[in-house]
Ligand binder design. Sequence first.
Ligand SMILES: *Cc1c(COP(=O)(O)O)cnc(C)c1O
Length: 397
Amino acid sequence: MPIRIPSAGTLLNSHDLLKALSGLWHHHSHTFQAMLRTRLGKSYIIVVNSGTTACYISLKAIAASRTSRREVVIPAYTAPSITLPIKKAGLIPRLCEVSLDTLNMDPARLEEAIGPNTLCVMPVHMFGLPCDMDAIRKALPDKEMIILEDAASSFGSKLGNRETGALGDIGFLSFNRGKNLSTLAGGCIATDETLMYEHMEREKQKLPVLGAIDQLKLWLKLVGLSAAVRPIGYTLLYELVKRFKYTELHTDFISFQFPDVLAGTGVSLLNRGDDIFRRRYENGRLLQEALDGVDGIRLARPVDEAYTAYNQFPLVIENPSRRDALVDEIYRRTGVETTTLYPDPLHRIYDLGYPADDDPFPDATYISHRLLLIPTHPLMKQKTLVRVADIIRSPGK
Ligand SMILES: *Cc1c(COP(=O)(O)O)cnc(C)c1O
């Protein structure tokens, strides 16, 4: 049995865990918000229990500002769970084709997705790769249209010197398991728009607050997580951890205010955020260099000025059966867990009113059947990544 290397991981040390525990009597949420405000350079930050809740509250505020419009434009290939807050806010998801070059929403295809009923556009920085925000802004027929930026999986990525999550009118991040900086669960909203902020803050105040017992339970989970992300702990705990992995589509989500126990973890982790994000960037760059030009494999082309804190490193493998063979071989020979993620584009997972016979988003479909993700988290050793790249270049050797 090889040592398993999980696809996601942020190492929590004993200092992080103590800081988290002190959340039972300290208001770390205020500190965490202030740190995020500085980091993102935005006037207002609101922390909540998840990226999904952050998205939901943002959409409620946007919908209240333009009551007659109902459609939210999202990329055709992305996290299926994004549709939940859209629907819960009483809105309708509309899809935009993605680009095989960038793996993100294709600005050249935005026009087709936008109509008189479009409320806002929601670009998603997939895998940490920043979208071309200027091109997206330019492609909007109505320059006043709101851009809600989904930076749930791109915390730490930048365009020039501006952080993803701070590039739209409103942006949100996630601190869930598997994200670039994980406090177990959590998310935040960032904006400079005062009226929107006031609306969102009122929505947040309505959310339930977790009591001390629930927070203590979260702390125990953090302790469990700190063991479970280490390769040895992960290998031993795998059978147990497996049950906590998302295996099916969620149909609803819960919302509550961000607990101070998790905010304490956030404060502690964000103090070394630059180090965590740089490791993700460097791991991705190593893979980019090692895999550039390999036959039958497409790499995402980062947009100009992008600094990518890779959530995971994406490859599009032209032959789907080669992809499946690589997943097995990489695990067998290195213990590294790669992922293939969402098996279908959104219009094939849900009925969103698109035709079933003629595929309106062939590139999204193409990517969903061919994607392979290699972990880039700070626990990945560069030596291991070199071995993974060697296997991809010449499998079976
Ligand atoms: C994880 C994720 C979300 C949702 O964030 P949670 O904190 O898990 O609710 C939304 N969008 C994208 C792109 C994500 O990766």
